[in-house]
Design a binder for this molecule. Structure first.
Ligand SMILES: Cc1cc2nc3c(=O)[nH]c(=O)nc-3n(C[C@H](O)[C@H](O)[C@H](O)COP(=O)(O)OP(=O)(O)OC[C@H]3O[C@@H](n4cnc5c(N)ncnc54)[C@H](O)[C@@H]3O)c2cc1C
Length: 424
């Protein structure tokens, strides 16, 4: 085991994707002139994930187009870029990061930013088979795309959340026979509520997707090591040439577990728990899908698996880490209080959500058209509006609706402004 000492102080960013890259770029932009080690276990330079279930899967984009930066832009950052390298341990007391490379290198760090994202959940038993897919990495997307390049496939998609819905839409548009299986009677209903979920289910049916709703998948049927179908709780089998598991994900924090983490009091349940500054411990910050942090405006902890949050939180973590290391030079730390945003593309629909629609206890839906589907929905928790959904609305209306959740707006006032904005 080698433990080289950096001649310059070092910040390590673990996870070389959207959040990690934003953190590394933020560190440089804000003036960090020490070493920056960007450690990523995938072999590829940082790339973007949203196109994987859209343009890459459909074959309209080649993989290179997902690159977040070109080689010159990366070189200009002057990074100690370690791709294909997994971080396997971190000891917060000694600020020592262990890498699983040939020398099992230990990096002494002034600070560490954890941006390791999430990994797909599998079915109980978690086994693998040829033709059984998940969709998280570029390599996952290319494997499924290769299968969908042959016409007339039968694809069973397990999970009717955003990822499953997007993949089903792409496969259907390519002309495949698609069955979308979900435990709820809706599509994306857990996030967007039952009424919107039912409308989205109707859109998928109208495009020829077979929906098997209200059904848990209990296993994968396989023949000669190849997946041939999904077994449902009622015992029936959805026959398929390929099965995509889109049943959620778990934060990639296992590498952080260990005596050092315990001694530092790290909370790794549902991601790396951070305070409002994105700090998990002195010198240790979290960003992106992996981070659960206290959002002071929402008044609770959240962990957000959205592309925009990854970029914003990477930068916020970088800024706050620098402020902790050198407050005189970098100023006070600032709480991270974004208005969350995500989008989804399915067929010719673009869904855009601001704030937090999930978990709302009141929802107002205004359907403005059914073919194509156009709607606005307002989500509230307690006495105030917490989220909005715009589907097929002009940008001006979407922006006005966003204002309802950018500053806390009392529910009755938000409903009135929803009506004024969409005119029904
Ligand atoms: C197919 C797909 C489509 C999506 N579409 C949308 C969309 O339309 N809109 C939207 O808002 N969001 C979308 N998202 C979500 C969005 O892409 C994520 O929120 C975003 O990519 C999170 O970025 P991240 O950097 O936090 O994590 P990730 O992108 O998961 O990156 C984490 C990186 O860390 C690496 N890593 C993990 N453990 C280690 C370790 N121990 N050592 C070194 N490296 C490690 C991982 O391999 C990975 O490369 C989509 C996600 C997927 C998968």
């Amino acid at each position: 085991m080698s433990a080289p000492q950096a001649s310059r102080p070092r910040i390590a960013v673990v996870g070389a994707a959207a959040a990690g890259l934003a953190a590394a770029e933020g560190l440089r932009r804000l003036g960090w002139d020490g070493e920056i080690s960007l450690v990523g276990d995938e072999p590829h330079p940082p790339y973007d994930r949203p196109p994987l279930s859209k343009q890459v899967l459909s074959g309209t984009w080649e993989p290179e187009r997902t690159a977040l930066r070109d080689a010159d832009q990366l070189a200009a950052l002057g990074l100690d870029l370690r791709l294909g390298t997994r971080a396997v341990a971190y000891d917060p007391a000694h600020r020592a990061l262990t890498l699983d490379d040939a020398g099992r290198t230990v990096l002494r760090c002034a600070g560490v930013i954890v941006a390791t994202g999430v990994v797909p959940r599998t079915l109980p038993g978690g086994d693998t088979a040829e033709g059984l897919h998940v969709l998280r990495t570029l390599d996952d997307a290319l494997a499924l795309r290769e299968r969908l390049a042959v016409s007339g496939r039968r694809l069973a998609v397990v999970g009717s959340g955003v990822l499953g819905a997007e993949a089903a839409a792409v496969a259907r548009a390519l002309g495949h026979d698609v069955t979308l299986i979900g435990t709820e009677d809706t599509v994306m209903g857990r996030v967007l509520g039952p009424e919107v979920g039912r409308l989205l289910a109707d859109v998928h049916r109208a495009h020829g997707v077979t929906l098997r709703t209200g059904q848990a998948v209990t296993g994968i049927r396989r023949e000669a090591g190849r997946a041939t179908g999904a077994v449902l709780a009622d015992g029936t089998v959805v026959e398929a040439d390929d099965v995509l598991l889109a049943v959620g994900s778990v934060p990639a924090v296992d590498w952080l577990r260990g005596p050092g983490a315990e001694a530092a009091g790290l909370d790794l349940s549902d991601g790396l728990r951070c305070d409002e500054y994105c700090a998990a411990a002195p010198g240790l910050y979290g960003a992106g899908d992996v981070a659960r942090w206290y959002h002071p405006v929402l008044g609770r902890e959240v962990r957000i698996e959205h592309r925009m949050n990854a970029g914003e939180q990477g930068l916020a973590a970088a800024r706050n880490l620098l402020s902790e290391l050198d407050p005189e030079r970098f100023g006070e730390r600032r709480p991270f209080t974004p208005v969350p945003y995500f989008w989804s593309d399915q067929y010719d629909m673009k869904l855009q959500a601001h704030g937090v629609p999930a978990g709302a206890d009141r929802i107002e839906v205004r359907v403005l058209g059914k073919d194509p589907l156009r709607l606005a929905a307002l989500y509230g928790t307690g006495e105030r509006a917490t989220g909005i959904l715009a589907l097929g609305l002009p940008p001006r209306q979407t922006r006005s609706l966003r204002a309802l959740v950018a500053v806390p707006t009392p529910w009755p006032e938000a409903v009135t402004r929803l009506t004024e904005t969409v005119g029904t």
